[in-house]
Design a protein around this ligand. Structure first.
Ligand SMILES: NC(=O)c1ccc[n+]([C@@H]2O[C@H](COP(=O)([O-])OP(=O)(O)OC[C@H]3O[C@@H](n4cnc5c(N)ncnc54)[C@H](O)[C@@H]3O)[C@@H](O)[C@H]2O)c1
Length: 337
């Protein structure tokens, strides 16, 4: 399959490109990425000279550039490109609207024009909003996004469904819970905690730290996307999640990281909660399991151990990222809390 991946220099996109080149010897990938602060070509250094892989820098919201970049023989678009950090969307929503909504619409429009046979939109469980303990969001549930990030992703999803219905664009959507694994930008909870602790800095914890996320190893997510790409039905939505039982609130994740790094409880700093912070996400994965034959393979404790160790082993990857732009953001985000 000839795949056009957008946002492939980020966390999940770069893991997905590695997954495809490893699992499908015949496939080729064009990676189209704007290289925002979250895009990092170091994530793809090892495949730079693979003849099946090509990188193009560009913005998904620029239709002329997208038209030129997508090869005529492209067989599928997988859209990872997004502004993704909830806290930044609260500070300034504008970029989120441009990329996550308008950019999605541009990709759908070019899929339509070029009659590309497949389009997969990578979405998130955050579009459902938070759910009560014991409840699991189904693909058919109403959307209740809480943050500007989640609202922009939800709008992107609605645009996908509108293009399927109105123009018969052969698109489908995947919605996954929080991912963990290598190559995640250090503003996100787990890499922020690990890298702060390695640097001897405390870890900010929002509110009481009892928010629940259903963490999934990025490799399991990539396998799910690959199955949806090849076997998913047009116009359908597929949830992916780990269904941890018992569930792990954020403080339990942090305790496991503290223990692995041999650090004490004094490194936890409780700060004022995030505005509009959802308490719990959990998704029903019956559909992806029965229709796609997908199930997670990593336990959370193994996934967390491997992830923490990866950041310990790769300071050359994250140290350059925790400077300049990152520090300005970090100060703005946490100074007043
Ligand atoms: N990280 C998670 O836990 C998670 C969970 C579920 C769904 N998702 C979704 O998966 C996708 C990827 O998430 P991630 O965590 O890898 O994000 P990320 O922030 O690590 O990477 C995003 C990538 O998109 C690129 N990008 C941003 N704006 C662009 C634009 N206008 N044009 C082209 N490229 C642009 C960035 O340069 C970066 O490489 C997103 O759509 C996100 O909503 C993420």
């Amino acid at each position: 399959m000839k795949i056009f991946v957008t946002g492939g220099a980020g966390f999940i996109g770069s893991n997905f490109i590695h997954f495809i080149l490893r699992e499908h010897a015949e496939d080729t990938v064009v990676n189209f990425d704007k290289l925002t602060y979250a895009g990092n070509l170091a994530n793809l250094k090892d495949i730079e000279s693979d003849s099946r892989y090509r990188f193009i820098q560009g913005d998904i919201a620029d239709i002329e550039v997208v038209r030129k970049a997508i090869p005529d023989d492209c067989e599928a678009i997988v859209n990872f490109a997004a502004d993704t950090h909830v806290d930044r969307s609260i500070l300034d929503p504008e970029a989120f609207l441009r990329t996550d909504i308008f950019g999605t619409r541009v990709l759908l429009e070019v899929t339509r024009e070029k009659k590309i046979p497949r389009y997969v939109q990578i979405s998130t469980d955050e579009v459902y909003g938070d759910v009560e303990v014991g409840q699991f969001s189904k693909e058919t549930d109403c959307l209740h996004p809480s943050s500007p990030y989640a609202a922009s992703k939800a709008a992107g999803d609605l645009m996908v469904m509108a293009y399927v219905r109105t123009y018969n664009v052969p698109a489908l959507i995947t919605r996954c819970t929080n991912n963990l694994g290598p190559n995640q930008y250090p503003e996100k909870f787990i890499p922020l905690a690990v890298t702060n602790l390695i640097e001897g800095m405390p870890v900010p914890v929002y509110g009481d730290g009892l928010q629940v996320r259903d963490w999934l190893h990025v490799e399991d997510h990539c396998r799910g996307i690959d199955l949806a790409l090849r076997k998913g039905r047009v116009g359908e939505i597929y949830n992916f999640g780990a269904n941890q039982s018992p569930e792990w609130p954020n403080v339990k994740i942090l305790d496991a990281i503290l223990q692995q790094l041999g650090k004490g409880q004094d490194m936890k700093t409780f700060v004022k909660d995030r505005e509009g912070h959802d308490r719990r996400y959990a998704v029903d994965t019956t559909k992806s399991t029965t229709e796609l034959g997908w199930k997670p393979t990593w336990s959370l404790s193994e996934a967390l151990r491997q992830t923490v160790q990866w950041y310990v082993d790769h300071p050359e990857w994250w140290k350059p990222l925790k400077s300049g732009e990152f520090l300005a953001y970090y100060k703005q985000q946490y100074a007043h809390r």
